[in-house]
Design a protein around this ligand. Structure first.
Ligand SMILES: *Cc1c(COP(=O)(O)O)cnc(C)c1O
Length: 409
């Protein structure tokens, strides 16, 4: 454990890495060390080719006929079925559509409908902002719904809670929630549970188990591109019963009959609202194939090894910086990024980016390093930590203006 690692040791890890062949299958910006695949995944070459094909051939040549000929109309279900394989769901329990925010709105509303008499949406005080905002917006619309924020979720699940809405991985600390346990706790009190998988699907194997609902985003670990479609999961046992308020024609039982009134499609398709964003969906469709080919078990194994390596190198080479690791070291309870706290976190992030090392920053003082095994080499971890040590030695420790800059952000 105390052995001092060298760059050669890291290169040896790359040479033995079964996932190394995936690296050149992504477009890799020259000279950049990218640790932000947890915010925006890299572009797979296959997605690039696929979008051009959809653009030139399917749209350019096929025009309206591509809805059927190129299968555009089935894209939400087809892409949903691929995502289902990543999250332990059945193919027809997931649909790709809209944004995570919109899907939260739809499924929280569906959950309230399924629990008449209960008027509380329970979520974590530290949940991702949009998850709280969307619940608040829904509560405001309905008038008689309370959004209850808690620190200790388990203790806060009472018999008036209709839906417990939680993030699987905490976007700040990277702490991983115990999905099976919290799902059981919600059900024990008669509440439904909705999981936001934005920081876990594509990063680690997810087993939704008895969960009722889930949502997640397409542009982070799924590499679907900026503004990629998100997805919605509804457990099969609710398919005959759930309704959602954004009842558009794509979720209608017979969209092309143009009936005067809404009749929900059977199954997960009723979670759809309007026309899918086809070009964006084709990028996500192609990107998912890489994750499926690599397999989530192997991805998770490498991510854990890479996070361990990073943390160890930071300890060995950057001890004097005083970075405080917020993420648990225990493999079983962390997601796929490491969060470090530092009073000059903003300045450090800016200095790293100036040297083309790309982590991200969450105010007031958290630097996040994302680990995406299909796009990250072990030597890149070495090189990033080397840059961090250099920045501290050469620039930051004697620059009071950095501290001030951090204070105003
Ligand atoms: C990234 C993220 C979102 C994103 O929501 P969009 O509506 O797709 O912008 C939502 N929830 C969590 C937990 C996230 O990490």
């Amino acid at each position: 454990m105390t052995k001092t690692l060298s760059r050669e040791d890291c290169a040896a890890l790359d040479a033995a890495d079964p996932l190394a062949p995936f690296l050149p299958r992504f477009r890799r910006p020259r000279g950049a060390l990218y640790f932000d695949g947890n915010s925006l995944g890299m572009l797979p070459w296959a997605a690039s080719r696929r979008v051009v094909e959809a653009l030139e051939k399917e749209w350019g040549e096929g025009l309206i006929e591509s809805w059927t000929e190129a299968g555009w109309i089935q894209l939400p279900e087809r892409v949903g079925a691929k995502i289902a394989r990543l999250i332990g769901a059945e193919a027809d329990e997931v649909i790709a559509t809209d944004s995570t925010s919109i899907n939260l709105f739809k499924l929280l509303a569906a959950g309230l409908k399924l629990r008449p008499g209960r008027r509380v949406i329970l979520t974590e005080a530290g949940n991702f902002p949009t998850d709280i905002y969307m619940a608040e917006g829904l509560a405001q619309l309905l008038g008689d719904v309370e959004v209850r924020l808690a620190e200790d979720i388990r203790a806060a699940i009472t018999y008036d809670v209709a839906v417990v809405a939680l993030s699987h991985v905490d976007y700040r600390s990277s702490a991983l929630a115990d999905m099976a346990d919290l799902t059981a706790a919600a059900h024990a009190k008669g509440a439904l549970i909705l999981w936001d998988l934005s920081h876990s699907a594509g990063a680690l194997p997810v087993a939704l188990g008895e969960a009722d609902f889930a949502v997640g985003c397409g542009y982070k670990f799924l590499n679907g591109g900026p503004g990629a479609p998100a997805y919605a999961f509804v457990a099969k046992r609710w398919h005959h019963q759930f309704v959602q308020p954004l009842a558009g024609w794509m979720g209608h039982a017979a969209p092309f009959e143009f009936e005067a009134h809404y009749r929900p499609a059977p199954g997960i398709k009723r979670a759809l609202s309007g026309t899918p964003s086809v070009l964006a969906m084709t990028a996500l469709d192609a990107a998912l194939d890489l994750l499926l080919e690599a397999g989530m078990e192997r991805i998770r194994l490498k991510a854990q090894a890479q996070m361990d390596l990073f943390a160890r190198l930071v300890e060995q080479r950057c001890a004097e910086i005083g970075l405080e690791l917020l993420t648990p070291r225990d493999h079983a309870v962390r997601g796929s990024h490491l969060a470090y706290r530092h009073p000059q976190g903003y300045a450090l992030t800016q200095a790293l980016r100036a040297r083309r090392v790309v982590p991200d920053f969450r105010a007031p003082d958290i630097i996040r390093f994302g680990f995406t095994p299909l796009t990250l080499a072990y030597v890149e971890i070495w090189d990033a930590v080397e840059q961090l040590a250099t920045i501290w030695r050469e620039e930051l420790w004697r620059e009071p203006r950095f501290a001030m800059k951090a204070a105003v952000t």
